[in-house]
Design a protein around this ligand. Structure first.
Ligand SMILES: C[S@@+](CC[C@H](N)C(=O)[O-])C[C@H]1O[C@@H](n2cnc3c(N)ncnc32)[C@H](O)[C@@H]1O
Length: 218
């Protein structure tokens, strides 16, 4: 079975089985916009945060330090990534504030996983581009935000304002890791915003390297 025909969990476990050991050290150079997203979370005092596709837990650990009164939750389909996340969270002394669960972003039940159904902030960082049926994730995220809550998303863009050669090399390299920048992310988010009555702000960062979106419940 190859990564295309395997289940999402088996596919991600296969990709990350060894990469997880150097993931945080290498990804900081090209998963751009993650720290801006953590700053923009602007979590209310004592609020709750959910990361969908939390990987090694790097973002949750940074968020926990930035928002010391917040309670944090993360889900990921990959057991091996979660094992790394659990170790990192424990090492950071944050196991009492960060709860991690194995689940598929396309059909998770937050109440069943975390005994919480709505969160003040939900964020998705560089996971949309790895989920083949990524459109199914967006309504799940919209359902999971509390009144006055927000969803923040950062992921690879179409590299519009970067040299064409850079774009083709980057896209070819990303495809080796089953990463597909979503050309119609903005259009899809517009539909979700309309259906769920959310305000959408969509921007392109770093000359189109990354897409950045905030959906807010008014
Ligand atoms: C590129 S990593 C990003 C990790 C983290 N969000 C970050 O910014 O460093 C993508 C993550 O999405 C997870 N993922 C992929 N498909 C998923 C799915 N269907 N449900 C939940 N997580 C998924 C992968 O296992 C991986 O941990």
């Amino acid at each position: 079975m190859n990564a295309d025909t395997a289940s999402p969990a088996a596919s991600m476990d296969r990709i990350y089985r060894y990469q997880r050991y150097f993931y945080d050290a290498t990804r900081k150079y090209f998963l751009l916009g993650r720290d801006r997203l953590l700053t923009d979370l602007d979590v209310p005092e004592g609020g709750t945060i959910l990361e969908i596709g939390c990987g090694t837990g790097r973002n949750l650990i940074h968020a926990a330090k930035r928002y010391p009164a917040a309670k944090l939750f993360g889900l990921d389909v990959s057991r091996v990534m979660l094992e790394t996340a659990e170790r990192s969270v424990a090492r950071a002394g944050l196991a009492d504030r960060i709860t991690l669960r194995e689940a598929d972003a396309t059909h998770f039940d937050a109440e069943q996983l975390f005994s919480i159904s709505h969160f003040d902030r939900v964020f998705i960082s560089y996971a949309i581009s790895m989920i083949p049926v990524w459109r199914d994730v967006l309504p799940r995220a919209a359902d999971a935000i509390a009144p006055r809550g927000a969803i923040l998303i950062v992921d690879f863009g179409q590299q519009e304002d970067l040299p064409a050669a850079f774009r083709s090399v980057l896209f070819a390299w990303l495809s080796r890791f089953h990463v597909t920048p979503r050309a119609d992310l903005e259009a899809e988010l517009c539909k979700v915003a309309t259906a769920s009555e959310l305000d959408l702000a969509f921007t392109r960062l770093y000359r189109g390297y990354a897409n950045y979106a905030v959906l807010r419940r008014p």
